[in-house]
Design a protein around this ligand. Sequence first.
Ligand code: HAM
Length: 433
Amino acid sequence: MKYQIPKGTFDILPYGADEPWKLSALWQYVEQIVRQTAIDYGYREIRTPMYERSELFDRGVGETSDIVMKEMFTFEDKGGRLISLRPEGTSSVMRAFVENNLAQLGPVHKFFYIAPMFRYERPQSGRYRQHHQFGVEALGVAGPAQDAEVIDLLCETYRRLGLQNLTVELNSVGDLESRQSFRDALQAFLRPYFNELSEDSQSRFEKNPLRILDSKDPKDRDILKQAPSILHSLSEKALEHFNELKRLLDSCRIPYRVNDRIVRGLDYYNKTVFEVTANVLGAQNALGGGGRYDGLIATFGGPDLPGVGFGTGIERILQTMIAQSVPLPKEPAPLVYWLPLGDEARRTCFTLATECRHRKIFAEIDLQAKKIQTGLQNATRLNAQICVIVGSEELAKGTAQIKHLESRRQEEIPLDQLIDYFVAINQKQAERI
Ligand code: HAM
């Protein structure tokens, strides 16, 4: 029997990946940068289980959302409980926040996570059944400065990663009052066209008409051209929040474009919503998105604290970096490649290689070397700087042949001086960085 990876998933490999964004060194690099950026903005890491009781997402993401209706990996556990692999991070973070009574520990809480998410979607380029998100959630501040901080953090993360030509699209879906009045206006506008709408949009007409706004169906989009704008239905408070957010973004020189068609696919949003798109991503062009979700914590039985956050897909970040030819970090390479020939030499080199490693020198050893030529090829393939060759002749003399692989320079050094020699090189190179 031949085993195959499940549809819509992929392996992240150290080498040999069929596409460069699946190389683990790149994932480590991106994870390191997003983590540091979040820390620099005062966010702390939170880790929650990969699965939750399904009702959490029904409540949080919303029963009428596509995610809950069509895309959750849901199963019954042996105890008869309905469990879902998490499709997104916000609901889980809110659950953890409430369950652990973190609200008692201060007025403001800022979390980040880097974690896999699961959505049973039709796989295509940029869309997977297991994807990974870097996300943040800022709880406790109702004012628009918190929204601006979150948006700036997202943009700064992309900037530090070297991404270019991104567009921040900004909208407000208002508070409950604004949405109620917009819902009526939108339904009134769409009613005469009902029979011309796509099947999906028809089914959303009663339950969730706002979602019709981001329909991808060309006929729907044509009809929607004349649709009213949610920005005209904003309550005075929601409008003031939106205007102040725009002022703050302007003053920080964060470019954005107001797009009143952005409604997002999760039901918990109110007031601010935003999406960042990359022109190189094709149909799945959303690099990241988020918004405000005041009231969500209270829905989960916690205190009535406001919140705002974002999630950004790591796959799409890497694909954008590669499409934009962003300079990528070089993989770390061994300083020393030990190449012992024969059992006795292997014993000696193994001890010395171990000593190197204990001194924090990146050292590799060829434990089954037979021929110098193959050993040298392996060392070159790994981009090692120096190859140490020890055969019976060298052992008899108590020395090693040192080959500098780039310059091809060769020298003979006594075995008992080797460690000091490598420690000195390692130190010099560390100082240069
Ligand atoms: P979302 O827009 O559903 O938001 O997902 C965030 C990002 O995850 C997307 O912009 C995209 O880059 C990536 N993504 C989503 N689905 C897939 C997929 N199937 N394959 C590859 N990448 C994908 C949320 O999940 C919210 N929890 C964000 C948030 C946090 N809002 C407030 N706080």
